[in-house]
Unconditional design. Structure first.
Length: 256
């Protein structure tokens, strides 16, 4: 891994059994791309293999979690179903890593959490969010299918009818709204978010590690029996949507 690659996602040990993984493209509001998801997956498995780590915090550098997919990562000429499918698998692998590692993962969400950022948050075991965070489930509104397990995780948290409304319309949701919906575990002011998140992470890290890890595997093992099937369907649906006329027209708006 080169230094440049390490910079876009990296992990630090914060002490007391907690590791923090940073999405680190602050100039792009931590927009995510396939290579970042590949490094995120590596960091998650590295944390899982490290006996000194007992809890993981996933956050964005600066004041934003992530603004979603990096629209500059491919040109229209490169946008073939085959390439899109190969690229998208890396996003699914990151989702699976969050769910399958034994260590609990806490998403620390401030600023924007758009599209794939929303999905990473839903995949996490717990969520700490700022009151003024802006959650934008921007899938259908830009012409793509819901991705990274959203159609599996969201209905389980809020019910099918409300999940469809959130995904179909893509309206902005505040951090307080997500807490009220039962998606977030903690909500607080932005200036208190890091302290609140780290307090929760350290509490988890201080618990008997075997029981926490086994409990996570029990919860996720029961809940995720169909996750791989869902993401396999996404690997067809997502590339299809990105080759439609409607999606091309949406991308033209972003290019202006």
């Amino acid at each position: 891994m080169t230094e440049a690659e390490h910079d876009v996602v990296y992990m630090e040990k914060a002490g007391d059994g907690v590791a923090v993984i940073y999405l680190n493209q602050p100039k792009k509001k931590n927009a995510i791309n396939a290579r970042m998801m590949e490094i995120l997956t590596d960091c998650l498995y590295a944390a899982d293999a490290d006996d000194d780590v007992r809890a993981v915090v996933l956050r964005g550098s600066g004041s934003c979690f992530t603004s979603g997919g990096d629209l500059s990562q491919s040109s229209p000429e490169e946008n073939t179903p085959e390439r899109a499918r190969k690229t998208y698998r890396k996003y699914c692998q990151a989702t699976w890593a969050i769910r399958s590692i034994a260590k609990p993962v806490i998403a620390m969400v401030d600023g924007y959490a758009v599209g794939g950022g929303f999905a990473l948050m839903l995949a996490s075991d717990m969520v700490c969010i700022s009151e003024n965070a802006q959650i934008i489930p921007a899938f259908c509104q830009i012409g793509i299918a819901p991705e990274m397990g959203v159609v599996k995780f969201l209905p389980e948290l809020v019910g099918a009818q409300r999940a469809k409304e959130i995904v179909f319309l893509g309206d902005r949701l505040s951090g307080q709204k997500l807490f009220d919906l039962g998606i977030a575990n903690r909500v607080c002011a932005s200036e208190d978010l890091e302290a609140t998140t780290m307090e929760l992470a350290r509490r988890l890290a201080d618990m008997p590690d075997a029981s926490i890890q086994v409990a996570k595997c029990m919860f996720n093992g029961l809940a995720d029996w169909n996750l791989q099937a869902s993401m396999n369907n996404e690997q067809t649906a997502s590339p299809f949507c990105t080759t439609t006329t409607a999606y091309a027209k949406t991308m033209e708006k972003f290019a202006r």
